[in-house]
Design a protein around this ligand. Structure first.
Ligand SMILES: *Cc1c(COP(=O)(O)O)cnc(C)c1O
Length: 356
């Protein structure tokens, strides 16, 4: 007799909800922390030429040697640190979790933070422990150290700056966590381009520290490329789990040359930071509004009725992210990605109308 999925699929998977990506066709799309600017025309021509030359009948370089050189050169990876690539940094989180998933192993992260930490812990059979941030969304180092001593996590993930709060955690609080953790500490620097602060330079001093980056928020979300840097003793083991061709030939070729031109992407990031400041000022002026200072390319804010405002914005053609219900500390919170100046004006107008 044939069995049903519910007989065979792990119960923790059956009880998950599939990750929902909202349909944004025809909308002002400010929900996913994408760079709103297209690649400059000359770089698009460069990418087109590379696509033309790439031999698609051949498998990609499993070591991604050219890409590795470009990353080491332009991303300040310290000598002695190893680099591992992922199909987006999401895949790297998964590789790390898979490698550490011994029976009873724990993945610990502050909360609210990136939803994938909990989801991937569940996929891989790790126990997940979330440690609440303080009321102002700063890191609570006493509570973190207490929980680290209690659960002895195999890995601690900290997004720096944090998503969805935009907070850049205090350096001293971060170092207390790094020094207290018995296992790996992964500092997830997905928003590095907007923050100007990094743990990359700390790698030589902390053998259990890994620093993770992605090209997604820098304007290349469609390429799917993330990397993590850290001690070869760790990354050599995690590398064994990486599928040999996880970074496709087009991504390797195009990312290599675009990283050689990363200054151009950083110019766009600087424009987004300027727009973020303007958007934050406009938001602060709205009635009954609470906003949190952001060091990323989005802003978290709270309105009297989050779900209602979200739906009204949607009806006006503006898609942002509704975080109400995602975590008790995010009641009535919404997150808007910083767009082009025109998109931000359209969002603000729609928001004023939606709050009325
Ligand atoms: C967006 C994001 C990522 C994932 O980025 P990829 O597109 O998978 O590289 C990782 N961490 C945080 C905190 C993010 O916000």
């Amino acid at each position: 007799m044939a069995l049903n999925p519910s007989d065979l699929i792990r119960p923790e998977i059956l009880s998950l909800k599939a990750y929902h990506v909202a349909d944004a066709s025809g909308m002002v799309k400010l929900d996913a922390m994408e760079n709103p600017y297209p690649l400059p025309a000359d770089l698009r021509d460069l990418a087109a030429g590379l696509a033309h030359q790439t031999p698609l009948n051949r498998y990609p370089d499993p070591q991604a040697a050219q890409l590795r050189r470009a990353i080491r050169q332009h991303m300040a990876v310290p000598d002695g640190a190893q680099v591992l690539f992922g199909n987006g940094s999401d895949e790297i989180i998964q590789l790390i979790a898979m490698a550490l998933a011994r029976p009873g192993a724990t993945l610990l992260a502050p909360e609210p933070s990136f939803a994938m930490y909990r989801m991937i812990a569940t996929f891989c059979g790790l126990r997940y422990v979330g440690v609440p941030l303080k009321e102002n969304f700063s890191l609570d180092p006493d509570e973190m150290v207490l929980r680290i001593e209690q659960y002895e996590p195999a890995v601690v993930f900290i997004a720096y700056p944090n998503n969805p709060t935009g907070t850049l955690f205090d350096l001293e609080a971060m170092m207390r966590v790094v020094n207290a953790a018995p296992g790996l500490v992964v500092v997830d620097e997905a928003y590095h381009a907007f923050a100007g602060s990094s743990f990359m330079g700390e790698l030589p001093r902390h053998r259990n520290l890994l620093v993770m980056r992605t090209l997604s928020k820098l304007g290349l979300a469609g390429l799917r490329l993330g990397f993590v840097a850290g001690a070869p003793q760790w990354l050599g083991e995690i590398e064994k789990l990486r599928l040999p061709y996880n970074i496709n030939s087009l991504t390797q070729a195009i990312a290599t040359r675009l990283i050689d031109n990363v200054g151009r992407l950083n110019e766009q990031a600087a424009a987004i930071v300027t727009a973020r400041t303007q958007l934050a000022r406009a938001l602060v002026d709205l009635p009954d509004m609470r906003i949190w200072q952001s060091h990323a390319n989005f802003i978290l804010f709270r309105v009297p009725n989050g779900p209602r405002t979200f739906e009204r914005l949607k009806r006006r053609g503006v898609l942002i992210k509704n975080l109400h219900g995602a975590h008790p500390m995010l009641d009535n919170c919404l997150r808007v990605t910083v767009g082009t100046p025109d998109e931000n004006v359209a969002f603000l107008q729609a928001l004023r109308d939606s709050l009325a």
